[in-house]
Design a protein around this ligand. Structure first.
Ligand code: ZN
Length: 177
């Protein structure tokens, strides 16, 4: 679960509801005075449910055998575009083009003109992994290298990046159809 995936809506209501919308975002409907510290607790308690629901939203239905790649590509474009927009807004960045590639090992890239490219295979990874790759490529808009400065920036927006990097290295075989 990522903080960034929470949409909190407060209103004059007495009860709390949790839902996962079609973008796999957690939507919390809370009473006006519901204290902040209880939100964390709420999420913690429903973590399993939230993760399960989010997976369902981005899950793969039965694939038409004639062109599964096209199907994945479309899903990838949808999910990745939403995540790129989210982080770009946070960073105050304008993003040029987003390309969905067919690369096997190169999860993402950022061109000299700041066009971003992501492999559709990322759609087979958990959402947090997609987020990490998105943040990584967005940071290349500032730093076109993997210098220490670059990683400091990544960490600022994605503190758990080391774990996600490791996951990608160890699980790349899972991102195959
Ligand atoms: Zn990089």
């Amino acid at each position: 679960m990522l903080e960034s995936e929470i949409n909190i809506i407060r209103s004059k209501r007495k009860t709390v509801t949790l839902e996962i919308n079609e973008e796999a975002t957690l939507v919390l409907r809370l009473p006006m005075r519901f204290p902040k510290y209880r939100i964390k607790d709420l999420i913690k308690r429903h973590k399993c449910w939230i993760t399960r629901k989010q997976r369902q939203v981005i899950a793969r239905p039965v694939i038409e055998l004639d062109n599964p790649v096209e199907w994945y590509r479309k899903q990838a474009r949808q999910v990745i575009t939403v995540r790129v927009k989210y982080y770009a807004d946070l960073l105050g960045l304008e993003v040029n083009k987003i390309r969905i590639s067919n690369a096997r090992k190169r999860w993402g890239s950022c061109s000299a003109k700041n066009n971003l490219s992501f492999t559709w295979r990322l759609i087979l990874a958990p959402l947090e992994i997609i987020d990490y790759v998105v943040v990584h490529e967005l940071m290349h808009i500032f730093e076109k290298n993997h210098s220490r400065r670059f990683w400091v920036r990544v960490e600022e927006y994605y503190p758990q990046y080391r774990k996600k990097r490791k996951w990608l290295k160890q699980n790349s075989h899972l991102l195959r159809v």
